[in-house]
Write a protein that binds this ligand. Structure first.
Ligand SMILES: Cc1cc2nc3c(=O)[nH]c(=O)nc-3n(C[C@H](O)[C@H](O)[C@H](O)COP(=O)(O)O)c2cc1C
Length: 249
């Protein structure tokens, strides 16, 4: 097992996997790490669907066009989940506050599920497994995926996580420097920030031109904005409302 430092600093997204099962003890460790995730108020407003059914993975690939879904050994779907607590409240005759219609309810479901996903990533990586978070499982066709997974009201997909034995060892993507990410005592506001951003943009462009595997001329900012332009068309408020999250404030 890798130590924490090596686990966190070696991590890269892995999208190609060997057709090799993940030992049961390894999955058990990943699930224990998920269980011990810190959550808002200890509310644990998340659930995970562990998908090993190849037909279902292929169907999800058909919706998202994300090839890694076909070859990963496991696909964990991280869900924000208010269904379970609502059930228990009803059984005990307790009135459920309308937290699902509040932005903070949505935030806390997303945060709990996202932290649980990161627990799974760290646990899997420490075992030498490879992971890839798959956001298209949230955005590609949320209504269809909700139906496929039988999601009840009070539950929505936050993200998927593909896990498998790595079949590739991609280069590390250069990340923003510490000075662009970690500020001291207050938000950073100086002119050098823009210079550093421009420099980072150039570093990514150079990385894209020279990296192992497919190269491109993409810079960072224009490329990310293209993704965001596309993401502006997602109809997630409607999906959330269908799942019982009719946002009021
Ligand atoms: C919430 C989230 C959603 C993501 N969705 C996808 C996805 O749908 N498809 C994909 O190939 N990678 C996806 N990624 C992986 C990112 O592209 C990747 O983390 C990023 O490019 C940085 O590369 P690295 O993980 O190798 O450091 C996602 C990552 C996160 C955190």
């Amino acid at each position: 097992m890798k130590d924490v430092k090596q686990t966190l600093l070696d991590r890269v997204s892995i999208r190609r996997y060997e057709r090799e099962p993940i030992p049961r003890e390894d999955m058990d460790f990943i699930f224990e790490a998920i269980r011990n995730t810190p959550t808002s108020y200890n509310g644990q407003q998340f659930s995970v669907i562990d998908i090993d059914d190849q037909n279902l993975k292929e169907e999800l690939y058909g919706i998202t066009n994300q090839k890694q879904l076909k070859t990963c050994n496991r696909l964990l779907m991280f869900l924000a989940d208010f269904n379970k607590i609502s059930k228990l409240a009803a059984a005990k005759g307790l009135v459920m506050p309308p937290i699902e219609s509040r932005m903070d309810g949505v935030f806390l479901g997303i945060i709990d599920a996202a932290l649980a996903m990161m627990s799974a990533v760290v646990a899997a990586e420490s075992l030498g497994l490879g992971c890839n978070c798959v956001g298209y499982l949230r955005t590609a066709d949320p209504t269809k995926i909700a139906r496929l997974l039988h999601l009840p009201k009070g539950v929505f997909v936050v993200c998927g996580l593909a896990i498998g034995v790595p079949r590739e060892h991609p280069d590390h993507k250069p990340k923003e420097s510490k000075s662009l990410l970690v500020f001291k005592n207050r938000y950073r506001d100086d002119e050098a920030m823009l210079d550093e951003l421009v420099e980072y943009d150039e570093i990514i462009k150079h990385y894209n031109q020279t990296r192992a595997g497919g190269t491109s001329d993409n810079d960072w900012v224009a490329h990310i904005l293209d993704y965001y332009r596309h993401a502006c068309d997602y109809r997630l408020l409607e999906y959330l409302a269908d799942q019982g999250f009719v946002l009021e404030q």
